[in-house]
Design a protein around this ligand. Structure first.
Ligand SMILES: NC(=O)c1ccc[n+]([C@@H]2O[C@H](COP(=O)([O-])OP(=O)(O)OC[C@H]3O[C@@H](n4cnc5c(N)ncnc54)[C@H](OP(=O)(O)O)[C@@H]3O)[C@@H](O)[C@H]2O)c1
Length: 336
């Protein structure tokens, strides 16, 4: 069993856009938790370690089976905020019986991770978290869906501001998915479908009421929402455009619009809209979701920690806990 007190949270790619924010968000939640900043740039790693405190640094070699890490070091979890096509990082976690968080995989890329789990199902818990924004939109949608008796559709849209750029590795991942990936997965008329135009596009309405052309994305959110709610229509669409806060000169936030169609438990039917607005942008919201996943896998979020299993965020994290954490971080969460 993992010893969360005497071992350290290992964040791989911790000096990157997502990794550094995840490190900071986790530190906000758990000031005493020991964190190891796994990186290849030791100067950046040392600066982050001294900023967050109670942190060590480790030089990474993800091509090596031991990841180039000290054999005597004890870790409580492996968080992979970089792209590891070898899955050495997953094998490392399985060999030590510690949880693993995968943050980079599109729906069509899950095969190798699932195969590793099938071979060693008892080894350690694996969380599939290639969802948009660290699983925050999906968990929030499921939180709101609890007010519904029946859910016919769940549609998520994310508006990215041009002033809130992707990290380098994220950019490459998106390019690769676009080049080699299949058409995006949606659920339509109760059928899982790889959507061509016109089904693959729609117009969304941003927080300030502006219309934006959006494209469906093959993200794991669709798997989670389509399975958890049994809605006949499930999709996630991404758009790029100026968000309300940028127009008002307050800097680029990240806007998530969640629309649920169905009948609420109070008998009201219709299409209901909810909004999440992260003032620090998309990578911050992703890091908040990742930090909540880490604390849950370590048993620090009011639930027992799992010893094994393959998880989607909603089969691990309590959606109400995620929403409470988002609000605590200063993210706007509202019915619109
Ligand atoms: N699920 C989500 O919500 C979500 C959100 C954002 C990102 N992501 C995923 O997270 C990953 C990181 O994205 P990002 O935006 O943070 O990218 P990024 O800013 O480029 O960060 C990547 C980090 O990994 C390090 N790195 C890259 N290759 C390495 C290697 N071979 N050995 C050691 N370190 C290596 C980089 O080191 P240097 O600083 O030395 O270059 C950098 O610190 C991507 O795969 C992306 O798809 C997921």
């Amino acid at each position: 069993m993992t010893d969360t007190i005497n071992s350290s949270v290992l964040i791989l790619g911790a000096t990157g856009s997502l990794g550094s924010r995840t490190t900071r968000m986790l530190r906000k939640l758990h000031p005493d938790l020991s964190i190891t900043i796994g990186a290849r740039d030791m100067e950046k790693a040392a600066a982050l370690a001294s900023e967050v405190g109670n942190a060590t640094i480790a030089r990474l070699d993800i091509a090596a089976s031991d990841l180039g890490l000290d054999p005597g070091a004890r870790y409580s979890i492996v968080v992979t905020a970089l792209r590891d096509h070898s899955l050495n990082t997953l094998r490392y976690a399985q060999a030590r019986g510690i949880p693993y968080i995968a943050l980079s995989d599109g729906v069509f890329e899950l095969g190798p991770i699932v195969a590793h789990h099938a071979y060693h199902p008892q080894a350690s818990p694996i969380l599939l978290l290639g969802h948009s924004n660290g699983g925050s939109p999906t968990l929030a949608a499921l939180h709101f869906a609890r007010d519904f008796e029946t859910v016919e559709a769940v549609e998520i849209a994310i508006l990215f501001d041009p002033g809130d750029p992707f990290g380098a590795v994220s950019g490459k991942d998106l390019e690769r998915i676009e080049k080699i990936g299949p058409l995006p997965l949606v659920k339509e008329d109760g059928q899982w479908q790889w959507a061509r135009a016109p089904l693959s596009g729609r117009f969304i309405t941003s927080v300030d009421g502006s219309p934006h052309a959006a494209q469906a994305a093959g993200l794991q959110d669709v798997l989670s929402l389509g399975t958890a709610t049994r809605a006949a229509r499930v999709r996630i669409d991404l758009a790029v455009g100026l968000v309300a806060s940028s127009k008002e000169g307050r800097g680029p936030s990240n806007e998530v619009i969640i629309e649920i169609t169905g009948t609420q438990k109070n008998g009201t039917s219709g299409r209901f809209r909810y909004e999440l607005i992260d003032p620090e942008g998309y990578a911050a919201m992703s890091a908040r979701g990742a930090a909540v996943a880490i604390e849950t896998l370590l048993g620090l979020a009011g639930r027992d920690r799992p010893e094994k299993g393959l998880f989607l965020p909603e089969t691990l994290v309590d959606p109400a806990h995620l929403v409470k954490r988002l609000e605590g971080y200063g993210v706007t969460v509202r019915a619109a």
